[in-house]
Design a protein. Structure first.
Length: 291
């Protein structure tokens, strides 16, 4: 059996083919340009595999996930230039007559981590997966199901208490200014310091400010959902940064509820190289095939 995965990011697309053991057989990566060019490359890649059985797509958003909506399968009002109101799923369905699953990039990653945990005999009833990169988003799984029926979660756009050393920074979200994404996504480094994130040493105070905000997001998630685990992935996240987040989390939560050891509760992804979504997509494609 061959299963397909599309991890559609605002910067790049990762297309892969794997088997029912969720092992990658083949993979390609190309930049996200225009919808026409990018989707044409996507179709051309999967056309090489004549016996593809099912496909799952984890896309940047916002997207329409309600199956009864005329816009189901569309990328909707995204700030990504040129991609608003793109019929992503419909374009692929015109080319491939196979079962397809459509969800957000963070949902795909969350499902990947859920599956990986089960493969290691660690049955998590619930988890939340945040990605912090060009944007910020989160996927939530409870008892194997995604949270969100009217639409998918948009946890990257919650509001936070401002750090006292960061009051003059307006934030970069085009919709909300200083929401979580507007304060901690990768481009905020350049907005604050004039440097890319990889060029800002971890000793710089900006990382403490970022950790303060990310810890607040983890506290909101903890108190609202009480998940077994919160996972942080994406280009901004590293283990040393997460240690700063854990320290801020402990201070801000102040022992109000019990979450267990923080090294087990707030973690990096188990999948290497931010590959959680590909594994999640394989599993979701198989689930769709078996319906």
């Amino acid at each position: 059996m061959l299963l397909g995965s599309i991890e559609a990011g605002g910067t790049k697309f990762v297309c892969a083919v794997g088997n029912e053991d969720f092992r990658t057989i083949d993979k390609t990566v190309f930049p996200t340009t225009t919808p026409e060019e990018t989707l044409q490359k996507t179709v051309a890649y999967f056309k090489k595999f004549n016996s593809l059985n099912a496909l799952a797509i984890s896309s940047f958003g916002p997207i329409e996930i309600r199956r009864n909506s005329p816009k189901y399968g569309f990328i909707t009002n995204t700030p990504k230039k040129g991609w608003a109101n793109t019929d992503f799923l419909g374009t692929l369905k015109k080319q491939f007559d196979i079962p397809m699953f459509w969800t957000t990039d963070v949902n795909g990653s969350a499902y990947g981590e859920y599956v990986i945990a089960s493969l290691f005999n660690e049955m998590l009833d619930s988890l939340v997966y945040y990605t912090i990169g060009t944007g910020v988003g989160a996927g939530v799984i409870i008892d194997g199901k995604f949270v969100g029926t009217r639409g998918h979660t948009e946890m990257g756009h919650v509001y936070l208490r401002r750090h006292p050393d960061d009051l003059s920074f307006k934030g970069i979200c085009p919709y909300h200014g200083d929401c979580l994404e507007g304060l901690v996504s990768g481009p905020t480094f350049e907005a604050r310091t004039g440097k890319k994130g990889q060029d800002v040493p971890l000793t710089d105070h900006v990382w403490d400010i970022m950790a303060y905000y990310v810890a607040q997001a983890a506290i909101q998630t903890t108190l609202e959902l009480r998940p077994n685990r919160i996972i942080f992935g994406g280009g901004v996240v590293s283990e040393p940064f997460l240690q700063k987040v854990r320290e801020q989390f402990a201070k801000l939560l102040n022992g109000y509820v019990e979450v267990g050891p923080l090294n087990d509760y707030i973690k990096m992804p188990m999948a290497k190289h931010n590959g959680s979504a590909t594994i999640g997509d394989f599993a979701l494609a198989l689930r769709e095939y078996n319906k």
